[in-house]
Design a protein around this ligand. Structure first.
Ligand SMILES: [Ca+2]
Length: 244
């Protein structure tokens, strides 16, 4: 299976060179809107074709509707990189938001993040991408370099992260892309009583390893469709956000 979330996130760097490359690096914040009913789904990991969940079975449409992203907002502040993803609905305990962070004008992806809401508690973690030499790791449960996470599940759900810039090596520039996910195996894990941290770990491993069936909503202002295009090509990164 190649059309995994890993592909969606890691290979987002490829499209990043095309989207927003002409943007001036003066902004500190940016937003990317996303369309409704555009959650993608694959029922056949080997085939890897992504379909619109809203045009699938009733169950697929319902499941896809539980992670339908609305927008990404990023702000490169003095102390924190804030990332907020709003959704039409965020499934409690299993809806996951994740994405890419690139630093200082680089081509390669530098870090990934995943976040979600369990019950009333939001969780988040930030970790080096596969292509990064960094060993930085920060999470909402870290004792140092703690990521502040807040959020709400259900209708009008959102996840808000405040990532210490020190977690990212105090970059001068960042750009961010994101997607929402739903892994059926995480639902199973939650039902079996997996802790937030165990779910985060499972989610993170799914970003690296070839994953199981999944739902994904790449946040992009332009994309609405399915077919053979993979999610990697449609995640839209913000312009470079400067903090000098
Ligand atoms: Ca959407």
């Amino acid at each position: 299976m190649r059309h995994t979330i890993r592909v969606a996130l890691v290979a987002a760097t490829a499209s990043a060179a095309l989207i927003g490359s002409a943007a001036t690096a003066t902004a500190e914040s940016a937003a990317v809107d996303d369309k409704r009913y555009d959650v993608l789904y694959t029922s056949d990991p080997e085939e890897g074709r992504l379909k619109l969940a809203s045009q699938g079975t009733y169950q697929e449409a319902i499941t896809g509707g539980s992670i339908d992203a609305k927008s990404l907002k990023a702000n490169h502040g003095k102390e924190f990189l804030s990332i907020r993803v709003d959704l039409h609905r965020l499934g409690s305990d299993y809806g996951t938001v994740g994405g890419s962070i690139k630093l200082n004008g680089g081509v390669d992806e530098d870090a990934n993040f995943t976040a979600g809401v369990e019950g009333d508690e939001a969780w988040a973690e930030v970790y080096p991408s596969e292509t990064s030499n960094s060993d930085t790791y920060c999470a909402s449960w870290s004792s140092t370099g703690r990521v502040k996470a807040s959020g709400k599940a259900g209708v009008g759900g959102y996840v808000q992260l405040y990532i210490p810039r020190s977690c990212l090596g105090n970059p001068n520039q960042v750009r961010v892309g994101a997607a929402s996910f739903m892994y059926p195996f995480l639902v199973d894990a939650a039902r079996k009583g997996a802790t937030v941290r165990q779910q985060a770990q499972a989610s993170r491993e799914a970003l690296v390893e070839d994953g199981p069936n999944f739902y994904v909503d790449p946040i992009s202002a332009k994309y609405y469709g399915a077919g053979s295009r993979d999610a990697a090509q449609v995640i839209q990164l913000t312009p470079w956000l400067s903090r000098n």
